[in-house]
Design a protein around this ligand. Structure first.
Ligand code: DLZ
Length: 159
């Protein structure tokens, strides 16, 4: 998890590729939507700031983070999508649900990325508390949506 030593909205601008013709899908989980929609806003703003055209950003939602893998696969499998950003927020509760969801999503997104040979970015917060989520959704540690978006942009530079 990020700390005071790593603001999620600060990134190295060296070597950012031209993504003016690239098409992105952002798949956002509705659980903890005050957090996830703030992450999505950050991701959109960062894509636009780095030259992505608004019409080249497709938005979709899924009910919860567990559904991000399938939701991402729907878009990664499309020829007209170059990269997918999966956004969610799984907060630790009284049970171990967070471990199961986080592990499944991390593995699922990796599988989709390798299967379709496209960047599929893990824009999922995994905090212990709601306050920690707020800190990383535009709060004192920046916005993980920004980090996810610039990661997608930079990964396209590898292709
Ligand atoms: C069930 C559940 C719980 C307890 N917590 C979260 C959470 O913190 N964040 C999140 O994105 N989703 C949560 N979910 C919902 C699951 O991701 C999933 O949508 C349901 O288990 C249905 O498959």
């Amino acid at each position: 998890m990020s700390t005071a030593h790593k603001n999620l909205s600060v990134y190295n601008t060296a070597g950012i590729p031209d993504v003016s013709d690239k098409r992105f899908a952002i798949v956002t989980a509705e659980w903890n939507e005050e957090i996830t929609f703030a992450l999505r806003d950050g991701a959109i703003a960062t894509l636009l700031k780095n030259g992505v055209k608004e019409e080249n950003i497709t938005l979709a939602t899924v009910p919860g983070s567990y559904e991000l893998s399938y939701g991402s696969q729907v878009f990664a499998s499309k020829e007209n999508i170059d990269a997918v950003i999966a956004i969610g927020c799984v907060i630790q509760g009284e049970t171990k649900h967070n471990d199961y969801i986080n592990n499944a999503v991390a593995q699922g997104l990796t599988d989709v990325s390798l299967k379709y040979n496209k960047p599929v970015i893990f824009g999922v917060l995994t905090p212990n508390t709601y306050e920690q989520a707020q800190d990383r959704a535009g709060g004192k540690y920046g916005n993980k949506g920004d980090e996810a978006a610039i990661t997608a942009v930079k990964m396209l530079g590898l292709k």
